[in-house]
Design a protein around this ligand. Sequence first.
Ligand SMILES: [Zn+2]
Ligand SMILES: [Zn+2]
Length: 298
Amino acid sequence: MANGGPVEHGYPHLETVRAAVTALYRRLSYDTVRTFSVSVAPVDVAFCDTDDLHLGAQRVARELVRHYRLPDARLIVGFREMTHAANVELASGPEYFVELNDRFRTHRRDIGAALAHEVAHVYLHRLDLSFPGTRENEILTDTTATYLGAGWLLLDAFREDEASSQKLGYLTPEEFGYVLAKRSLVFGEDPSVWFTSAQAYTAYTKGLAVARRDAEQPPLTGAGWAGRRRYARERRHAEDHRVSAGRPEVPYSFTPAEHGSLRVSFPCPTCHQRIRVPVQGRVRARCGLCRTVLECDT
Ligand SMILES: [Zn+2]
Ligand SMILES: [Zn+2]
């Protein structure tokens, strides 16, 4: 887990984040994702500076291991001077050695956040799920932690004022907010009450707006007027030219189907798997991966 430097904002990793959500559904299945309907509770990972450092770190680690349902995994948490915030040795288990940066000795309330990320590494390692490339893999790890209910701690560790800033993990604060919002939309959970950091709360509300927009794209019936107009224009173009009108600016694309008809493909607003439906007015589809019912006006 990286540490330090100016805090990056916005959505530079959004494509990888969305691919990570899809990969998670593919690897875990809908049923397993549903078992993570309850997030890690603030009280379960609370850690104040008067708690014993080592006992407290082990307690929080056990809580996270329990959350990710790794019954036999045992985390051995140590502290040392290092440039990174934290690191985990991914061996065959059941013992995993986690090193935390020495500064957590005096920032104990953020130990839960650091461990949320490191235990997600163990979880993905056990699932044998990874992305090629270190950076992509770290984004998968943060997305997994957040989507499965532990990563809100990482967002809450983000604090910024004129004098200093702190952020853990590889996603920007807004991207953490986005994944957390996607989770909250699926599970009907409201994480906003857990934040101790005002900046984290702001990032969550921004991410929530972007997450809501995923369900407001044509051909979904939730699309707005401007989006629908644009969609009608693109569809006419596809009808006239019989070519795929896949454009990077719009998330949907048309492909020719049998008997001169068209099909439109677009990302599922929940899991981002591509959905294909015939272009024939009102269509109701169900995503095979995350089971979201999709009301479309094609
Ligand atoms: Zn990592
Ligand atoms: Zn889906």
